[in-house]
Design a protein around this ligand. Structure first.
Ligand code: ATP
Ligand code: FE
Length: 337
């Protein structure tokens, strides 16, 4: 079965073609316009999606070398995300499915970040049910108990900022461009993770909090630059390494707690922050030291992409779980809802 998948929840317009669980093409058009504003401007994002969606879909079809008449279904991101952005993908998917007279399949973006692990790939194993998933992205930080493809239970989540936001906001305080997460990762690799100490939040259970970290970094930067105005420049690598180290400690501590609580040692991560080289290294370490079995998606399936929407589309297609033309985008859409 050929499935066209469309993702437009935030600032990336993406289209993918899957043949069953295999990805034939996965085109992502990122929007550079937001860089100068230090964050995503929703109005500009919807406009850019509007411009990009037709060429991106055409390119995905061309790269997969198939004609739109061969498509069996169209999957799209219904939510969660920016409403204006979601509307572009939703409307496009609805009209195209109507025009081709094929089924329409709605997909929850956060489920897709987890189910990306089921994309066919000779080089990586798939987790078995039940497993623990930690979704670490620009808008979410959750530990999820995955009992089946569509049987998910949130065990813990952030009470304030998401971990990706913590990376991006810290980067902004250091004067780095948006999105700063990948830059902190890059500079951290050349710095000393123990150079500076940032406090870790005290949050009970499996919930997270990242807003306090941002505040303490703000005060730290203000205090140090008052003494030496080129403090950031002179210590950039060490500051980035220390920030990243603190964030990774928080994530690993909660994961260890979830493993202890559930007795499950299969851990899958997903979402943009899963692209971070530090978290990848820490999970590999846990495999060796703690006997965990860890699953890390391919780099291109971590940040927003339509291939992950396509795999959910395929899994729903097999079950005959289709949507009707009255379906509407949903800015807030719980992973277990
Ligand atoms: P959500 O999936 O919650 O709706 P989103 O789709 O905006 O949010 P993603 O695209 O999944 O988020 O992830 C983007 C986030 O990942 C950004 O905050 C970005 O800084 C972060 N990120 C990407 N690569 C890295 C990296 N190597 N290290 C740290 N953070 C990273
Ligand atoms: Fe995402």
């Amino acid at each position: 079965k050929y499935i066209l998948a469309i993702e437009s929840s935030c600032d990336d317009t993406s289209a993918a073609i899957l043949f069953n669980d295999k990805v034939l093409s996965n085109v992502v058009a990122s929007q550079e316009i937001h860089e100068q504003y230090g964050g995503v401007v929703p109005e500009l994002a919807s406009r850019a999606h509007q411009q990009n969606i037709v060429p991106v879909v055409h390119q995905a079809l061309a790269m997969a070398n198939i004609d739109k008449k061969q498509l069996s279904a169209i999957a799209f991101t219904r939510g969660p995300g920016l409403l204006g952005s979601l509307l572009v993908g939703t409307s496009f998917a609805k009209s195209m499915a109507l025009g081709l007279n094929i089924p329409l399949i709605e997909v929850n973006h956060m489920q897709a970040h987890i189910l990306a692990h089921f994309i066919a790939d000779e080089n990586s194993a798939r987790p078995n049910f039940p497993f623990l998933a930690m979704t670490i992205s620009g808008g979410h930080t959750q530990i999820v108990l995955v009992k089946g493809y569509f049987d998910l239970e949130i065990l813990g989540e952030t009470l304030d900022d998401a971990v990706g936001e913590a990376f991006d906001k810290s980067a902004k305080l250091l004067g780095l461009p948006y999105p700063g997460g990948p830059l902190i990762d890059k500079y951290a690799q050349q710095g000393n993770p123990n150079a500076f100490d940032f406090p870790k939040p005290k949050v009970d259970g499996l919930n997270f909090s990242f807003s306090g970290l941002k505040t303490s970094i703000l005060y730290f930067v203000q205090r140090e630059t008052q003494k030496n105005d080129s403090f950031i420049k002179e210590n950039l690598y060490d500051i980035c390494a220390s920030i990243q180290h603190t964030i990774l400690e928080i994530l690993m501590e909660k994961l260890a707690m979830a493993v202890k609580q559930t007795g499950i040692i299969q851990i899958a991560i997903g979402g943009g922050v899963a692209a971070n080289s530090g978290i990848r290294a820490r999970l590999k370490e846990a495999e060796e030291n703690l006997g965990w079995k860890t699953f890390i998606p391919k780099f291109e399936y971590c940040t927003d992409n339509a291939a992950m929407i396509g795999i959910v589309g395929y899994l729903k297609y097999i079950e005959g779980d289709f949507s009707n033309q009255a379906i509407a985008a949903k800015a807030r859409y719980a992973i277990d809802g």
